[in-house]
Design a protein around this ligand. Structure first.
Ligand SMILES: [Zn+2]
Length: 103
């Protein structure tokens, strides 16, 4: 079962967007990649730079490797390892291994 799914809030663990959180827009489990809202933005028609974030340039999210993402726990306020538990109705739930909150 996928660790990360559409609509999840994730945090980036490595790379230029390290420490940033965003909402998962799309996941490609077979490619082990995900698209995250406002993260790993790629600029079009202009070379990317850290300083020049000014308007007028088309920006689009680039996919990120799932291995670079961790599920964000709102209670712990950080990216966490997840565990699994079976809910009362028999469905599997993801839980935060640190605080046991259902994610
Ligand atoms: Zn937690």
């Amino acid at each position: 079962m996928a660790r990360v799914k559409k609509g999840d809030t994730v945090i980036v663990r490595t790379g230029k967007d390290r420490g940033k959180t965003g909402k998962v827009l799309q996941v490609w489990p077979e490619r082990e990649r995900a698209l995250v809202e406002r993260l790993n933005l790629l600029k079009h028609f202009e070379r990317r730079s850290q300083q020049n974030q000014a308007g007028g340039v088309v920006e689009r999210e680039g996919s990120l490797a799932l291995s670079k993402l961790a599920l964000y726990c709102p209670r712990c306020r950080k990216g966490v390892r997840i565990g699994w538990q079976v809910a009362g109705d028999g469905t599997k739930q993801r839980i935060c291994r640190a605080c046991q909150a259902v994610l």
